[in-house]
Design a protein around this ligand. Structure first.
Ligand code: PLP
Length: 374
């Protein structure tokens, strides 16, 4: 079945008890079991799984072409659970440009556990290969990356990782499985902040891991999740599952709008650079064209006038709301350097845009009036 069909039907069987088409939400924290703890219907305690989360897991498994998936209370919980399975002494590669949370985790928490983190430009395969000399346990890719929209070559990274018996994990949050399926390109695990495009309405936090194989790694991560308890609440699972149904349709419009916004911004004299993989001037355009169905709804721009111009534009926009996060129906703008804590890494001139589902012309009108005002 094709992705659009899976998005509607995976994990969507009618409720066996009532025939209800919308999935029931089971809020129960505990499920009746037999006198010797026998699981009578497959469930025991909500931290270890519930029917609503299982439906969402089935949907994510199908959409990513995985063997199995796990859901988490947030994207960061998913990242942490996976990285917690690494033993002391493991060397891992993380991308120069990536979500701040991973950067902080890699800088502060992983070294405490004896994990050696090497930060590399993941778009530069020669650098990646060099960094693997001396052994490597895991390569973490995020493509397109947050916030610079850097595109790394998933198939090439998978080949490098596997030459070293290492895992390739790919954060697929920006693309969603609609635009990119890293497991089909050789990745071992796909990670999502389902808070973003999966949820789609800026009203539910969540994370997921989709595994190429239901193997020992999956079992170890599942065990950690069940013991440490970063479980996704059933209502959050239900909202995220509902988001899956419209994910392909929303992604198509996010992409169409972002393409128009990127083209408009590229032609504006106040804008020094537009980072959007759909532009043929983007250094990752060829790779993106090969591994993505379309280029997504995220882009970032750098203003010629530096930080002052970026803040002035962010302040002048009316339809793009100043807010963090991304992937919702509404367009957002964010000066990343201002929200990255004590040691910001994003360029001061940079604004990140999450292009929503408003009419593209209205978004462009808003950007035009904002640029005129600065
Ligand atoms: N990965 C990417 C690319 C993100 O943008 C984010 C959040 O913005 C995360 C991971 C973390 O996800 P969450 O905020 O759901 O914990």
């Amino acid at each position: 079945m094709r992705l659009e069909t899976l998005a509607i039907h995976a994990g969507g069987e009618a409720d066996a008890a009532t025939g209800a088409l919308a999935p029931p939400i089971h809020f129960a924290t505990t499920f009746r079991h037999g006198p010797a703890g026998e699981r009578l219907a497959g469930y025991e305690y909500q931290r270890e799984g519930d029917p609503t989360n299982d439906r969402l897991r089935a949907a994510i498994t199908a959409l990513e072409g995985a063997e199995t998936a796990l859901t988490f209370a947030s994207g960061m919980a998913a990242i942490a659970a996976l990285l917690e399975t690494l033993g002391g002494g493991t060397r891992i590669l993380v991308p120069q440009d990536c979500y701040t949370g991973l950067r902080v985790l890699a800088a502060e928490f992983l070294p405490e556990r004896g994990i050696e983190v090497i930060t590399v430009d993941m778009t530069d395969l020669a650098t990646v290969r060099n960094a693997c000399h001396g052994g490597i346990g895991l390569i973490w890719a995020e493509t397109p990356s947050n916030p610079l929209l850097a595109v790394s070559d998933i198939a090439a990274l998978a080949a490098i990782a596997h030459e070293h018996d290492a895992l390739l994990v790919c954060d697929n949050t920006f693309a969603s499985p609609v635009l990119q399926q890293p497991l089909a390109l050789g990745a071992d695990v796909v990670m999502h902040s389902t808070t973003k495009y999966f949820g789609g309405h800026s009203d539910v936090l969540g994370g997921a891991l989709a595994f190429a194989r239901a193997d020992a790694l999956f079992a170890r991560v599942a065990h950690r999740l069940h013991v440490t308890g970063a479980t996704l609440a059933p209502f959050s699972a239900w909202l995220t599952l509902r988001g899956c149904r419209s994910l392909p349709a929303r992604m198509a419009m996010h992409c169409a709008n972002a393409r128009q916004v990127a083209a408009f911004l590229s032609a504006q004299p106040q804008v020094a650079r537009v980072h959007y993989p759909g532009l043929d001037t983007h250094p990752g355009h060829a790779t993106a064209t090969r591994q993505m169905r379309d280029f997504g709804g995220m882009l970032s721009i750098e203003l010629r006038g530096g930080r002052d111009a970026a803040l002035a534009l962010a302040g002048a926009l009316r339809l793009f709301t100043n807010a963090t996060s991304l992937g919702g129906c509404e367009s957002l703008v964010e000066h990343r350097a201002s929200v990255e804590g004590e040691r910001p890494v994003s360029p001061q001139a940079l604004l990140r845009l999450s292009v929503g589902l408003e009419h593209a012309e209205d978004l462009i009108d808003d950007l035009r009036q904002g640029l005129d005002a600065i």
